[in-house]
Structure formats: C-alpha cells, structure tokens
Design a protein around this ligand. Structure first.
Ligand SMILES: *[C@@H]1O[C@H](CO)[C@@H](O)[C@H](O)[C@H]1NC(C)=O
Ligand SMILES: *[C@@H]1O[C@H](CO)[C@@H](O)[C@H](O)[C@H]1NC(C)=O
Ligand SMILES: *[C@@H]1O[C@H](CO)[C@@H](O)[C@H](O)[C@H]1NC(C)=O
Ligand SMILES: *[C@@H]1O[C@H](CO)[C@@H](O)[C@H](O)[C@H]1NC(C)=O
Ligand SMILES: *[C@@H]1O[C@H](CO)[C@@H](O)[C@H](O)[C@H]1NC(C)=O
Length: 676
C-alpha cells in the first residue's frame, strides 16, 4: 500500500524533518524510482509559472486572475520520466487535483491538466485554444500533448458537446468521448450533474493504466470519496503519443472574453501508484467579498438578523435594478429608435447565456438573439470599452454609419450602453463568417469558385459603397475574411465597418493607434497612422488572396519563404506557377478555361491591391470594373512587385512595355507620378 510506504519514510527521518515537511505541505516520494509528488496546498511550492499564473500567500495556485483574454501556465519544474527507457512503453500514472473557477459575469474558458514535452507556451493563444495550442498547430500530431480539459464554453469548432464538459484531448482540442461534468453516484449509478463554474472546490482524478491502455477521468465534490465509476473511460495508448521519455506535467488556463479566475488548490501526481491528497490540508478560497460573519458577531443576534434581512431586501432591489441598468445620457435622446434598452437585449439573448454565444470577434463576443416585437433574429456584439472618453463621438458615428444601407453590408440595427460596455445590434447572418469555410479543415462545406467569386464581387460592391456611394466616406479599417459574413443565400456581406474607430478615439489606451489585423495592415499606416481608402484597398487585396488560396495572410506553420501569403503568390508567379496557389478545395471547376482566367486575374489583382506602394494600388472603382470584366488588367510582370528594385523596375517596365501603358488606365498616372 502506498500509505505504508509513506509511513515508513516518516519513521526513518528525524522529527524535525517531519515538521519541516508538514510546513511545506509538499511530499516528494522517490522510492524505487517511482516518482511522485503531492501539494496539499502550494505554500512554498516550486512550480514553473508563466503568464498570469502565481501562488497566492494562502498557498493557492492561481492560474488566471480575472483579466480578460490572457492565459496562465504552471508546471512541475522538472520533467517526469514517463518511460523506463527510450524504447519502453509509457508507464501507468495517476494524478488528482482540486480546482475552483470563479467568474464575475460569464465564465471564461476552462482549465486543463497538461502533459507536454515543453513548458514554453509563448506561441499558444488564449480563449478556445485554452492556452495550449493556436489555430495553426491545433490537432497537429507533432504536438505530442495530452490534456484533460474542464471546459466551460461550447465551441463548435472542436465539436464541444455543451458549456460544461470534461474531455480527454490528444494533440488538439477535439475531445475523445467528452462528458458533461458530474459523477456517477456509487449507491445507484445515477449520474449527478455538477456545474464547473460553481464557486466551490471540486476534485478530478486522471488515471492511466499502461497494461489495458485505458484512460479514466473521474470527478466529484471536494472531500468525498472517489466515485467508483469513472466519468470518462477511453482506450488511449499513450506510448503512441508521447515523443519523449521525459515530459512536463502541469496546468493551463485562459480567461477568455469575460472576467474569470481559475484556481488549483491541491495536486498530487504519482507514477505507478495512487495519488492522494490530505483533504484537511488543502486550502479553501478566501471568500470573494466583504468581512463576512465578523460583523454579525459584533452585533446582538436579533438586531443582526433584522439588519441582514433589511440589507438582503435592499440588495435584492438594487441587484434587480443593476441587472438591467444602463447608461443613458442627454446627448443620446436624438438617437431614438437606434437605442435599444439593455433589458430587451438581455431577454432576446436569454441573458447572454453560452447557448447563444456565436463567437468572439476582434472587438468582443457575439450572441444570437430574437427580438419578439419585430420577430427578427439579431446578432448582439458586446464591445467592452474601459473609459468613457470618446464614447459620445463614437456612438454618434456608429449611429450615423448605421444609416448606411447596402445588400453587401451587415446592417447595424442599433445599440445599447452599459457601464464599460457597448452593445451593438446587427442583422443575423445565418451562415456565419467566411473564414470558417476557408480555413477550417473540418468544415464540411467547401466553396467552389462561383460561390467565391460571387462573395468577392459582393464584398467589393459593399466596400465601393462605403468609399464612394454613401453620403460620407467610410473607411472600414479591418477588412479580412473573418469580417465577411454570409447570409442565407451565401452572399458576402461586410461586417464591423467603422468599429475600428472606437479605438481610434483613444478609448482604449492599451492599443496603439494603428488599428487593423496583423497581415492586413498597409505598410504606410505604421508611419502615418492614418487609415485611408487606399489602406482599405490593401486589406481588400489580402482578402482576395485569402479567398483564392484558402490560406491566411501569415501562416507560421509554413517554411519561412512560404509564410507570407503575398510573397508566396508572387514567387509562384515568377516561376510561372501561379495556378499552384489556388485552394485545392475549389475543386475541378478551375479546369474550365474561363474560370482559370478569372482566378489568375483575381490573384494578380490581389497582389496589385496589396502593393507596398500606395500609389500603385487601384481604387475600388477600378476593382469593380475589373471584376465585372469592363476593363482588363494591364499586362504586368511580377517584377513590378519586387520591393528591392522597385524604382528601376518601373522604369524598365515602361521602357520595355510601352504599348501596354495605355492599358494601364489607372496605373499610369499613379506610377508615372511616383516613378518620376
Ligand atoms: C525550483 O526547481 C528548479 C528545477 O529543479 C531549480 O532549478 C530551482 O533552483 C528551484 N528553485 C527553488 C527556489 O527551489
Ligand atoms: C492580475 O495580474 C496582472 C498582471 O500580473 C496585474 O497587473 C493585476 O493587478 C492582477 N489583478 C489582480 C486582481 O490581482
Ligand atoms: C519561448 O519560445 C519563444 C519562441 O518560440 C522564445 O522567443 C522565448 O524566448 C521562449 N521563452 C523561454 C522562457 O524560453
Ligand atoms: C504540423 O507541424 C509540423 C511542425 O510544426 C509542420 O511541419 C506540419 O506541416 C504541420 N502539419 C499540419 C497538417 O499542419
Ligand atoms: C501501445 O503502443 C506501443 C507502441 O506503438 C506498442 O508497443 C504497444 O504494444 C501498445 N500497447 C497496447 C496494449 O496496444
């Protein structure tokens, strides 16, 4: 028995040592090479923490501390030998830990127990990737990562079953046999549901049996015996997944778009043995607010009861009011119908429950909802803004832009405001965002060329409208595949226009004034910080390349020379192999000669629009004419795009290619002007 082993050791060491160990709350057992450790609380524990993770003075491992969109990792500082030798199989192991998730408004993402060959997760991303993976490496078999996720968000991308589940993950986040959190009661085998975000201590056991290659995950309320029937029991042969003999064990967590904190209160790990915690020594979380019972002790019992019930009643009234409280100032009176009441939006989205969560975009989380009065489906975007500075101008602008109407724009229906939060109400787009169809390998729907070309034309029409046709010029500032939404007929519609202005008004001191998404930002914007139609055209060019190639503008999973989309396409063009850049998912429609021509034109137009030099880029008027076949792209040589020798190239280009200069319509003026 493991306990016996433990006692033997204690009898052998001097009394002082016992006291010392007791103070540390940490026991490391190394009998016969069987490695293990126990933290009944983390006081004095030597863990390797990064991100937000730290150990509180109470001896609690805090992985995240309520700040948004960040992550925290904590690993045992040394590697654990999971095999006896390089060629041996992965040994049995067991681990158990106690955790609590605390949240303010909505829970963020969950906690994961992780076994990994590395502890440097600097390239991982928070939110749905749980701080372990990023969109490029998730699911890649070279990760060699095993994790048990306690996930509080339903993410369709990873086939999550609900907003409260436990899953076993190998190399990615699509869990094997996920199960709703809870346990099977020993007495009658009935499943008892548990809520991961209840602010109480819960315990998880992870047991791997090498012989049967079986992975069991069990959970229960803290302080109870381990249920006999595991919550999850899946066959997994870890010998096939672990690359190294020695791996790190620890935890990863991420807050997501909401304020939440994730704590681990005790942890035990054992190779070839049973991991156990001493319940009485595992700390509990300090209560989150107020001095608590102290107050009542000072007051006579009767008066305290009266006092508390009065307070309770007052709190109830205040809370009900606060739940629907919103900010409304005099200047908003003019906006009449554009202004929604918070209560209406709260009810439309079922209280912003996770079941209504559609996704998180660059500016906040989006929830689906239904407005019963007008019988319309809407998408409500919650945008947080920390300061009130500039909010008046921004709301004025949003409301004004909301009057822009075009079949290729996602219509803004109105807004609402609360403290530190702005809610924008949009038309509901039933097919979601375009990036899903382009980049998500697991997406069952692929888009053929006709659909893609229609989407491209739609988006260009929407952008043209914003630049030229509406009463005022609107610069979009963040054109990219994930900001293009698809309606029920798969028409491309540009969303989020004007939203980047929120940060431009200086309401968020943490962002620089260059707004946009890496990979889509025109180079001059870094110098001038001034978004123009031309910087929009640049992003639009990148967007064109994305749609044709099905690749992101920057993809670190490719070799250096293929990482930057524009460079990759350009190099292929130079080798006269531009056709190889076409997304294979487009299918054989690209065999059609006409289609091949269109594709070729769009790729080159994409490069031209995203040209480094502003003056070379066409404007949206030209783009529309080109896409409609009203004008043709001039004959261009890929050298026109070579950044190093640009000046001479332009000159040579014109010398050798005089006759096409007249075709250059839009190019001539601009290039001759620059190349003078
Ligand atoms: C923590 O553990 C690491 C790895 O074993 C070791 O290098 C370091 O000195 C330890 N730190 C403390 C404070 O014990
Ligand atoms: C959370 O951590 C950040 C960064 O370490 C720190 O600036 C902030 O004060 C912490 N917040 C709380 C509530 O502890
Ligand atoms: C983690 O990896 C990144 C690059 O992947 C590197 O820049 C960084 O220095 C590494 N951090 C540590 C602590 O080793
Ligand atoms: C998996 O990662 C490796 C190494 O980073 C990379 O070479 C490979 O292309 C990736 N595979 C996929 C399918 O992304
Ligand atoms: C597990 O995988 C290893 C390596 O592929 C293999 O040697 C071993 O026989 C497998 N174990 C079982 C029980 O299938």
């Amino acid at each position: 028995m493991d306990d016996d082993k433990h006692y033997h050791r204690l009898f052998l060491v001097p009394i002082l040592m016992i006291i010392f160990l007791d103070l540390l709350s940490t026991v490391v057992v190394c009998d016969g090479g069987e490695f293990g450790f126990t933290f009944n609380g983390f006081s004095g524990a030597n863990l390797s923490c990064d991100g937000m993770a730290d150990i509180t003075p109470e001896g609690i491992l805090r992985l995240t501390n309520a700040t948004k969109n960040l992550m925290g990792h904590a690993f045992y500082p040394e590697t654990v030998a999971f095999r006896r030798s390089v060629i041996g199989n992965v040994l049995s192991f067991s681990t158990t830990f106690v955790f609590t998730i605390r949240y303010t408004q909505m829970s963020g993402h969950g906690i994961a127990f992780v076994v990994s060959p590395k502890t440097n997760f600097s390239t991982a991303t928070p939110n749905q990737y749980l701080g372990i993976f990023n969109s490029f490496n998730v699911g890649n078999s070279t990760n060699h990562i095993f994790a048990v996720e306690l996930d509080t968000i339903k993410n369709p991308e990873f086939e999550d079953i609900d907003t409260n589940h436990v899953g076993v993950d190998l190399n990615g986040l699509t869990s094997l046999d996920p199960h709703t959190a809870g346990f099977y009661r020993d007495e009658d085998g009935v499943f008892v549901h548990m809520n991961l975000i209840d602010p109480e201590r819960m315990q998880v056991w992870v047991d791997y049996d090498a012989e049967s290659t079986q992975m069991d995950v069990t959970m229960s309320r803290f302080g109870t015996v381990k249920p006999k029937k595991p919550l999850i029991s899946v066959p997994v042969n870890l010998s096939r997944f672990f690359s190294e003999t020695d791996m790190y064990v620890g935890f990863s967590s991420t807050t997501g778009p909401f304020l939440s904190s994730h704590y681990v209160l005790g942890w035990s790990f054992q190779i070839e043995g049973k991991s156990e915690l001493v319940f009485s020594r595992v700390p509990s979380l300090p209560s989150s607010r107020g001095p608590g019972p102290f107050l009542t002790i000072c007051l006579p019992i009767i008066s305290s009861v009266t006092f508390l019930s009065l307070v309770g009643f007052a709190l109830f009234v205040v809370m009900t009011k606060m739940k629907f409280s919103e900010l409304k100032e005099d200047w908003e009176k003019d906006y009449g119908t554009s202004r929604f009441s918070y209560k209406v939006l709260y009810e439309a989205t079922n209280g912003f429950v996770q079941g209504n969560f559609l996704g998180s975009g660059g500016f906040g989380s989006v929830y689906g909802g239904f407005l019963p009065t007008s019988k319309t489906k809407v998408a409500v975007k919650r945008v947080s803004h920390e300061s009130r500075q500039g909010i008046k101008e921004f709301v004025a602008e949003i409301v004004s832009i909301g009057r822009a109407r075009h079949r290729n724009l996602v219509q803004l229906l109105g807004y609402s405001r609360r403290k530190r939060e702005l809610l924008l109400v949009y038309e509901y787009m039933s097919n979601g965002s375009l990036d899903k169809f382009l980049f998500d390998q697991s997406s069952p729907v692929t888009l053929d060329w006709y659909q893609r070309f229609r989407i491209i034309k739609g988006v260009s029409a929407g952008l043209f409208y914003l630049h030229y046709e509406w009463e005022q010029v609107v610069i979009h500032r963040d054109i990219k595949a994930s900001n293009v939404l698809l309606d029920s007929d798969m028409n491309g519609r540009l969303g989020d226009f004007g939203l980047a202005r929120l940060y431009d008004h200086g309401s968020d001191p943490h962002t620089t004034h260059v707004v946009g998404t890496t990979g889509y930002v025109a180079p001059e914007l870094f110098k001038t910080c001034k978004a123009t139609k031309s910087t929009d055209v640049f992003s639009f060019g990148i967007f064109l390349l994305e749609v044709v190639t099905g690749r992101r503008p920057l993809d670190p999973s490719f070799a250096a020379e293929e990482m930057i989309l524009t460079e990759w396409v350009l190099e292929a063009w130079k080798r006269d192999e531009i056709g190889l850049c076409v997304d294979p998912k487009i299918g054989n429609s690209s065999n059609d000669e006409l289609v091949a021509e269109e594709i070729d034109m769009v790729l080159k137009l994409g490069l031209l629009c995203s040209h480094r030099l502003e003056s070379v880029r066409p404007n949206m008027r030209h783009v529309i004419q080109l896409l409609n076949g009203d004008i043709r792209l001039p004959k261009m040589s890929p050298c026109l795009f070579d950044s190093k020798s640009f000046k001479t190239t332009v000159k040579d280009y014109y010398d050798s290619d005089r006759q096409s200069v007249n075709d250059l319509n839009f190019l001539t003026d601009s290039i001759l002007f620059t190349g003078r």
